[in-house]
Design a protein around this ligand. Structure first.
Ligand code: NAI
Length: 598
């Protein structure tokens, strides 16, 4: 931007992506950009971080010429034209004509701040970037640059920037699997098939179609198939209405989806994803059928959220081709794909799954096989503590507000209402016999389910829902909570925001440490990436394990020991956490020591 002119090829993109790493554009970027592109565009680019395509950059004046032909030859020709004019070339630092006036700028800055507060809640860098651009409109160029440098430094040394840089490298690190040789062959996925057109099967089908991969969708009845397809169409229609996709794009995608009631065509699929109801017997039956229908080298993936992949694989004659592909709801939107490797899963199936995740626009994280895998296994203690806090005296709204304020996309109670309280109810009933006798269990969620309050889908759960999806506090729930606490002899007290955050987030951290010990998660960063992309954990805190490092593991460990004394064995600290805390180490350091031995 310090050059006199800028030219670009038609496909070029330009941008100021620094905010994505928690910093702001430096080297006078925030001072020159508004002079070239105008204040509104500069704000959008510096505070949002998204790139701008060449035609748009030309329109706003950021570049001077788009070269359709030979880039170098035409750039030289453009330079010669300029020279021939024999005019003094414009210096961008001296161009003040686009800087606006205080009155019109006030509204532009207010709108930018409001947009940042909404889209980048809790993030510091976008606000600092806005402040820097504002300096460009108020101060002479050199003073504006000094202001920018000060703001840049503030961001550079912030915890937020360190966390976002950790996330940036983390997304690349998770693709490295220590025992997977680099040259493991990756199969091309040209044809996919999905079994089950429910909530998840429909979303998974859209994910494949959106990536341009033809997909066969199987259901058991015409009615279920029609329902599934209608939902897919409705979702696409919404995307068109919101301007996310064009109608032509949607028509192409829909044409890639082939509905069926049989296994016809399944022998052509390179991958088959099962998304039928969650139940071991049904999954085994479906996998036995897939074993007959699929070609020998097809990948057979299950979208189960809790069930044992090895047991599912045992229903086939080829457990080495079986793997878990755990998508998150809505599957066509959420970026996470938890890739669950079974005992027998072949390296090629894992490598192909990772490459496929990228092609589908997802972040694939490979985890081991256990109940709930990495993400949901950690989410259990998190939800448990949220409910215990409510029984002990915190209000439903207070728990949600504390965690929303911490940066979570949604509080735990609102999340439970969205996912459906009946889902956890069913899982609790199925696994109750495995719980150690006498251990405290949350009481209220079951009571709500017994009353038919399943959350948003029934218009009532932890909250009431009117015509919209906005949660409304319900005094009846408060009464149920008080009653449950009285019956169980739990004394109620006032609970601080700090306790709410510590108990829920440290419950994630403690279980995360166990996953690391057991090798279910390969590294702490894998857990972080799972939580950022699947559970709405704020990126600027780097993920639960990175956050614990930031707090200091000694402090986290001591707090967990306190909780153990107050609340019993469910808070027993993970041995790895104890060890790292006592040695003054971090989870991130544990990751790098593991990489050394890999
Ligand atoms: P759903 O109840 O919406 O859909 C299941 C569909 O499977 C139904 O349409 C049913 O007709 C169909 N089906 C049953 N047996 C079949 C068969 N033999 N062949 C073809 N289709 C058959 O269930 P949902 O929520 O989509 O869950 C599916 C799987 O995804 C479960 O294993 C669940 O644990 C998992 N999952 C669910 C998530 C969620 O948020 N709902 C998130 C991640 C995983």
């Amino acid at each position: 931007m310090a050059c006199h002119y800028r030219v670009a090829a038609p496909a070029a993109q330009v941008g100021q992506p620094e905010v994505k790493l928690g910093i702001i554009p430096g080297a006078a970027g925030t001072q020159r950009l508004p002079r070239l592109a105008g204040v509104a565009k500069a704000l959008e680019m510096c505070a949002g971080g998204d790139p701008v395509k060449a035609p748009d950059a030309l329109a706003c004046g950021l570049i001077d010429h788009v070269i359709e032909g030979d880039l170098l030859a035409d750039a030289i020709a453009f330079a010669r034209e300029i020279v021939a004019k024999r005019e003094r070339p414009p210096k961008s630092r001296e161009r003040n004509d686009k800087l606006g006036d205080p009155q019109s700028n006030a509204a532009i800055f207010a709108a930018a701040r409001a947009a940042a507060a909404k889209k980048a809640r809790g993030l510091m860098a976008p606000l600092k970037a806005i402040e820097a651009v504002e300096a460009a409109t108020r101060l002479p160029f050199d003073q504006g640059c000094q202001k920018e440098a000060g703001l840049f430094q503030e961001c550079l040394f912030s915890d937020q920037s360190k966390a976002l840089i950790h996330v940036f490298f983390g997304e690349r690190a998770v693709a490295k699997i220590p025992d997977l040789p680099k040259d493991t062959p990756v199969a091309e996925i040209r044809q996919a098939a999905v079994v089950g057109a429910g909530t998840m099967g429909g979303g998974i089908t859209m994910t494949y179609a959106n990536a341009g991969i033809p997909v066969i969708l199987r259901e058991v009845s015409q009615e279920a198939l029609d329902r599934g397809l209608a939902t897919i169409r409705r979702n696409y229609d919404t995307s068109v209405q919101r301007g996310r996709f064009t109608q032509a794009f949607v028509d192409q995608r829909l044409a890639l989806i082939r509905p069926t009631l049989s296994y016809e065509g399944f022998d052509t699929a390179d991958i088959i994803v099962e998304a039928v109801f969650e139940g071991m017997e049904l999954k085994k039956q479906v996998f036995a059928e897939l074993d007959q229908a699929a070609k020998p080298d097809a990948i057979l993936a299950s979208n189960t959220s809790t069930l044992d992949i090895d047991q599912i694989a045992s229903a086939t004659s080829r457990p080495h081709r079986v793997i878990g592909h755990h998508f998150f709801s809505p599957a066509n939107v959420m970026r996470l794909l938890e890739i669950v490797r079974g005992k027998a899963t072949a390296p090629g199936v894992i490598a192909t799954s990772l490459a496929l995740a990228r092609k589908l626009g997802k972040v694939g994280v490979v985890v081991g096989n256990c109940r709930g895998f990495a993400g949901n296994r950690m989410f259990g203690p998190y939800l448990r503590e949220a409910q215990f806090l409510i029984e002990e005296g915190a209000r439903v709204e207070d728990v949600d507000a504390a965690l929303y304020q911490f940066g979570m996309a949604m509080g735990p109670m609102a999340t439970s209402d969205l996912a459906g309280l009946d889902v956890g109810w069913r899982i609790r009933k199925e696994y109750r016999h495995l719980e150690p006798p006498g251990r405290r269990q949350p009481l209220v969620a079951d009571r709500l389910c017994e009353m038919g309050r399943y959350g948003q889908k029934t218009g009532a759960g932890w909250y009431l829902y009117g015509s919209g999806r906005k949660p409304i506090s319900d005094p009846e729930v408060d009464q149920i909570i008080e009653q449950c606490a009285r019956d169980a002899g739990i004394s109620r007290r006032s609970i601080t925001t700090e306790e709410i955050v510590d108990r829920t987030i440290y419950a994630l951290v403690n279980e995360g440490a166990r996953l690391l010990e057991e090798g279910i998660a390969l590294r702490a960063v894998d857990i972080d990436i799972i939580y950022l992309n699947g559970y709405g954990f704020p990126a600027y805190r780097g993920g639960p394990m990175w956050y614990a490092d930031t707090v200091g593991l000694k402090k986290v460990y001591e707090r967990i020991c306190e909780f153990e004394q107050q609340h019993g064995e469910c808070w027993a600290p993970a041995p790895l956490l104890k060890q790292l805390a006592e040695q003054g180490k971090t989870f991130a350091g544990f990751d790098s020591s593991r990489a050394l031995f890999a």
